[in-house]
Design a protein around this ligand. Sequence first.
Ligand code: ADE
Ligand code: ZN
Length: 327
Amino acid sequence: AALPALLCAMPKAELHIHIEGSLEPELIFALAQRNGVALPYASVEALRAAYAFTDLQSFLDIYYAGASVLLHEQDFYDMAWAYFERAKADNVVHAELFFDPQTHTARNVPMATVIHGLARACADAQAKLGVSSALILCFLRHLSEAEAFDTLEAALPFREHFIGVGLDSSERGHPPEKFARVFAKCRELGLKLVAHAGEEGPPAYIESALDVLHVQRIDHGVRSIESAELMHRLAASRMPLTVCPLSNVKLCVYGDMAEHQLPALLAAGLCATVNSDDPAYFGGYMNANFLATFNALPQLGAAEAYTLAANSFEASFVDDAMKKAWT
Ligand code: ADE
Ligand code: ZN
């Protein structure tokens, strides 16, 4: 009975949240009205009813449509601020936010508009909520590496506002090695490196994210469970996996939460963490993810709750002094 209260109350870091995936249907409609953007859905209810996904791509199609209402700096601020208020309520003390600039620059929204709006919300989250944060720029892997290079060049004038780069969008058919050169460039620039791998894609994509891209965290990574050798490597190196349980069920990576492999990942000594991915689309924020996971998986108890919170700080990109203060 005390476990749900512990899960909610414990301080935690969120390391896998696409800020565009925090856009709630109500805010999508409010921004559509404010900006005069037409939506192919009649109401908030009709939009929410469309959130029945069969795989990653069926989600991404709706997710990119939802982001079309974001035009002005204040829109990006409002989206991120709404997320930070939810994070605060879930006792998230630190958040590393992904953003997808190509989704916006493709609609002629300037890079400065995107980054300045998000960075202003991050500054206010620290000042008004005591929540620390950082931004991670993601390249869309269904687009070309040349387009990723263009995006990096457009973002470099705002280098002080983001700590690293990631790789997201459609995984199958777009292996990490497609982005070897742009990640090498980012590595030279001293950016932190992460990539989605092993969500829908095979364990080999996790290996190439490590060996070719030299990432410092794997986003999702749940398909590592299929390779005993890879599991040993991830455990021995304490390579973090940013696992997203509600996302995995909504996108049919698992048929049911009871089938989720988080307990096995923890039991094998991996640095697994719990995260919300796209909370407005997948049924909840951080505490909803913890509650759903622990409710469905009796192998998870207070010891695992503590481990997951500690892992979230260990896996974060904050400096060691901050990590010590939190653990
Ligand atoms: N973009 C937003 N959410 C994503 C996910 N779960 N996988 C890949 N790309 C994404
Ligand atoms: Zn993700």
